[in-house]
Design a protein around this ligand. Structure first.
Ligand code: MG
Length: 222
């Protein structure tokens, strides 16, 4: 039996800076890295590369021993995970999408073991969660978003990707998925200006637009 060819609408979201405010956790974890490994790189520099897999950030920062550093970072993140908070209105918005028969997915560069408990806090029915693994490239490559679409059995044009960093926008562009910038996150929308949501509840206006190409899509596909 083959999968049905009908394409359902899908809302796919980044985690950090879109679903949950994890910056206090990341700041704490990076402090632990600096102290334990004697690394003289401020959080501001680390933060510029948020959204990429950790190993890629280490490479961009010119840091060696990425595995050891990652171990410290992961351990410190687990210890301070209670500092993470869902953004106000996120659960409400996602439940509205689910009630309107949209599929929900997550594409994040956070490893699954740390992403899963954070997502569980939201109590939302995510049908696809794509996290880094050795087999595929991470954001800004389109791989994880394209795989999420396969998981959801839907088309790029039927989906929307909500992110907060330039890597999210590039990932969406390369996957052919319309992009919506979460202005409450950590990054700038970039140029030319994409469609912007100013708060999680602002996502709800998508419910009335369907997924036909329109003003919402134009800026994101340039
Ligand atoms: Mg993010």
């Amino acid at each position: 039996m083959t999968a049905p060819s009908k394409s359902r609408r899908a809302l796919v979201l980044d985690l950090d800076g879109v679903l949950l405010d994890t910056r206090p956790v990341m700041r704490q974890a990076w402090r632990a890295v600096r102290e334990r490994h004697g690394i003289d790189v401020p959080f501001d520099a680390y933060e510029q590369h948020l959204g990429r897999p950790f190993e890629d950030i280490m490479e961009l920062l010119g840091l060696a021993d990425a595995n050891l550093v990652h171990h410290t970072y992961a351990e410190a993140s687990q210890q301070s995970c209670e500092l993470a908070r869902p953004f106000d209105g996120v659960e409400e918005a996602l439940h509205a999408f689910a009630a309107a028969d949209w599929l929900l997915g997550v594409v994040t560069s956070k490893p699954f073991d740390r992403a899963a408990p954070l997502l569980a806090r939201l109590g939302c029915p995510f049908a696809a969660v794509r996290t880094p693994n050795a087999e595929v490239r991470g954001k800004p490559a389109p791989d994880p978003l394209m795989l999420a679409l396969v998981d959801l059995a839907t088309d790029p044009a039927s989906a929307v990707f909500v992110g907060d960093m330039a890597v999210d926008r590039e990932c969406a562009r390369r996957a052919g998925v319309p992009y919506l910038h979460a202005a409450w996150g950590y990054g700038e929308p970039g140029s030319p200006a994409p469609e912007i949501a100013y708060g999680p509840r602002d996502l709800l206006r998508l419910l009335g637009t369907g997924c036909e190409p329109g003003p919402f899509v134009m800026g994101s596909l340039l």
